[in-house]
Design a protein around this ligand. Sequence first.
Ligand SMILES: [Zn+2]
Length: 145
Amino acid sequence: MLRLRRELLEETFEHLRACGAGRRECVAYWLGPRSQDGEVSEIVHPGHSATATSYDVDGSWLNELWVRLARQELELRAQVHTHPGSAFHSSRDNHMAAIQTAGFASLVIPRFALGDVSLEGVHLERRGSDGGWQAANASDAIEVT
Ligand SMILES: [Zn+2]
């Protein structure tokens, strides 16, 4: 179970819309303190390139994130990215996930996040302990407070 404040969900959509401009995919990461299981306290917008159907996070940006997470005792809990059309987890998405840790969540937001700020229509996958992905119901797995 992930928990985040409504403002953080709104902020996520704002990043995805502003950067993707209805033309390109975009990605945001949800971070939370290691001491608070499932809590999302912050959103970051990685340095990345993108096309209408893919994105690539900048490697050196990601390295800096790992350093910061270790220093501030934060965890990367979820990646949130957009698709041009419907939300699903492509095989590329399965392979491109930022981390391999069990429980890591990957959310896909349809239509470049131009719709309502909501978990409606969002596709969620969580990584299992066997390293595979399992679809989950976003409304059940994410509590927006
Ligand atoms: Zn972006």
